[in-house]
Design a protein around this ligand. Structure first.
Ligand SMILES: Nc1ncnc2c1ncn2[C@@H]1O[C@H](COP(=O)(O)OP(=O)(O)O)[C@@H](O)[C@H]1O
Ligand SMILES: [Mg+2]
Length: 435
C-alpha cells in the first residue's frame, strides 16, 4: 500500500462516518447509560443480589434467554449501579477452563498463571484478591459475572463442573469470613442443560431469571432512542420500523437491530444519502457475509472442511438435512491427501462446533434398531460458506453442478421431443447418461 491508497481509505472511512454525530451509541459492547424497559428482570436481580443483607446468600443466579435480549447489558448496568464490587468476564474469550480462571484473575489485575501452577493455587489467589478488594472498598458483596457461560462446557477435559464446584465452595468460605460473593451465569441456555454434578446442583439453589425476547415494538423503542443520539439528521420512522421488523423476524434481537442501523448508516454515508430501506437490505447481506468470514477464518482446517462438506452436499443435492456419516464420507473425499484425517468422533465434535457457531442447526433422529443419529442443516446460503472456506475448490463444485444441470436439462428437452413415441430414436441415450 502506498500513501495515495491510504489517503483513499481515510477518505472512505470519513465518508462512512459522515452521517453520524456520535457512534458510541451504536456500539454493542458498551453498556448504555439508560435502559429501556426490563424493570421486572432488573428488580429480580437486585432482589437476589441484596438478599445477603437480610442474612440469605444466593450463591448463584442463572440468567438466560436468546441473543440480543439485553442479558449482558442489564447485568452490567445493575452491578455498576449497586454498592458492590464486581468482575465481568466473557468466557468466549477463554478456550479452556484454566483459561477462564486466568481471564478472571487478569480482570482483577493479576498476571496469568501457567497450567502447571494448578487450579487450587489459582483459587487461593482469587480468594485473596476478593478479600483485598472488599476490604479496600468497604463493600460486603463481590459479584462474579460469567457471561457466555456455556463455552466453559466445551472443554470437557478441563472438568467444568469441578470448576463451578470450586467457585461455590469459595462462596461458602467467604461467607464464614462475613464476606459475600454471588456468581451470575449468563447464557442462551437454562442451567439444567449443563452437565453439572449433584454436589453443585444441591448447593446453588434455583435462582433463575429468564429474559424473554423483545417484541418488535421493544426493539423499535431501543433503536429509536439510539438513532436520536447517534445520527446528525433524524432517521425516518418507517426506516427504523423496517429495521426493527427485520431484527425481530426470528426473535426480537436488539443487538442485530443496532448492528443493522450502524452498518446501513455507513453504507448510506458512502453514497452521501439519507438512510433508506435499501441501505438496511444491503446492511443485512453485508453483516451476514462478515459474520461468516469471521467464523470461518477463525476455524481450524478441519472445521472448514466440515463446513465445506455440508455446503457441498446441500448445494449439489438441493437438500437440507444430512447425517453425520454422510458428512464424514464427504469430508473424506475433500480432505487433502497429505493431511491426516481426523477420527469420526472428532468429526462429530466438529459438527457440534458448527452448530454452536450458528452456521448449522441439528436434530436427533431415530435410526430404528441402530439407535439415534444426528442430522445437520445449514442456516445460511451454501454458496457463501463454500466460497469463504476454499474459493478455488468451491468454483469447481459450482462448475460441475452447472454441467450436470445442463446435461439434465438437455435430457429433459430430448424427452419432450420424443413425447408420444414408444421407442425414441435416441436409443438408450438416457440410459447412457445415467438416467
Ligand atoms: N433494554 C435495553 N435498553 C437499551 N439497550 C438495550 C436494551 N437491551 C439490549 N440493549 C442493547 O442491545 C444490544 C444487545 O444487548 P445484549 O445485552 O448484548 O444482549 P444479550 O447479552 O442478551 O445477547 C446491546 O447493544 C445493548 O446495549
Ligand atoms: Mg450477551
Amino acid at each position: 500500500m502506498d500513501k495515495k491508497e491510504l489517503k483513499k481509505i481515510v477518505g472512505d472511512v470519513r465518508k462512512q462516518n459522515s452521517i453520524f454525530s456520535d457512534k458510541s451509541f451504536l456500539d454493542n459492547l458498551a453498556v448504555p447509560n439508560s435502559i429501556i424497559g426490563r424493570e421486572n428482570e432488573s428488580k429480580k436481580l437486585v432482589k437476589f443480589l441484596l438478599s445477603y443483607e437480610k442474612g440469605l446468600v444466593v450463591p448463584l443466579v442463572s440468567i438466560y434467554g436468546r441473543s440480543g435480549s439485553g442479558k449482558s447489558t442489564i447485568v452490567q448496568f445493575v452491578c455498576k449501579n449497586l454498592d458492590v464490587n464486581f468482575c465481568y468476564v466473557n468466557l468466549r474469550k477463554a478456550k479452556t477452563v484454566f483459561g477462564c480462571i486466568n481471564l478472571i484473575l487478569s480482570e482483577l489485575g493479576h498476571e496469568n498463571l501457567k497450567n502447571a501452577q494448578g487450579m487450587n493455587n489459582a483459587f487461593v489467589i482469587l480468594e485473596k484478591l476478593i478479600i483485598q478488594m472488599l476490604d479496600k472498598s468497604g463493600n460486603s458483596l463481590f459479584v462474579l459475572c460469567l457471561d457466555e457461560f456455556d463455552t466453559l462446557f466445551y472443554d470437557k477435559r478441563g472438568k467444568p463442573s469441578d470448576f463451578v464446584y470450586k467457585l461455590v465452595v469459595l462462596v461458602e468460605k467467604l461467607r464464614a469470613l462475613k464476606k459475600h460473593m454471588c456468581i451470575i451465569t449468563i447464557s442462551n441456555k437454562v442451567l439444567s442443560e449443563f452437565n453439572l454434578d449433584d454436589r453443585v446442583i444441591s448447593r446453588i439453589g434455583t435462582s433463575e431469571i429468564y429474559f424473554d425476547s423483545y417484541s418488535q415494538s421493544d426493539v423499535l423503542k431501543i433503536i429509536r432512542n439510539r438513532a436520536k443520539k447517534s445520527f446528525l439528521e433524524k432517521i425516518d420512522d418507517d426506516v427504523l420500523q423496517y429495521c426493527a421488523n427485520i431484527s425481530s423476524e426470528e426473535h426480537g434481537d436488539a443487538r442485530r437491530a443496532i448492528d443493522l442501523l450502524r452498518t446501513s448508516g455507513e453504507i448510506a454515508g458512502i453514497e452521501n444519502k439519507k438512510i433508506s430501506k435499501k441501505h438496511i437490505d444491503e446492511a443485512v447481506s453485508q453483516l451476514q457475509k462478515n459474520q461468516i468470514t469471521t467464523i470461518i477464518s477463525g476455524g481450524s482446517y478441519h472445521f472448514r472442511l466440515a463446513c465445506a462438506a455440508l455446503s457441498r452436499l446441500t448445494y449439489v443435492n438441493d437438500e437440507g438435512w444430512h447425517s453425520t456419516s454422510e458428512l464424514f464420507k464427504q469430508y473424506q473425499k475433500i480432505v487433502s491427501s497429505e493431511t491426516r484425517q481426523i477420527s469420526y468422533r472428532r468429526f462429530s465434535e466438529m459438527l457440534v462446533e458448527l452448530v454452536n457457531s450458528g452456521i448449522a442447526v441439528s436434530k436427533t433422529e431415530s435410526k430404528g434398531r441402530h439407535g439415534y443419529g444426528s442430522q445437520f442443516k445449514l442456516t445460511v446460503d451454501p454458496d457463501l460458506i463454500g466460497h469463504s472456506c476454499f474459493t478455488d475448490w468451491w468454483t469447481s463444485v459450482v462448475e460441475s453442478k452447472k454441467k450436470k444441470d445442463d446435461a439434465l436439462r438437455s435430457v429433459e428437452a430430448l424427452k419432450s421431443m420424443s413425447f408420444g413415441k414408444r421407442y425414441s430414436r435416441f436409443g438408450n441415450l438416457y440410459h447412457n447418461l445415467g438416467l
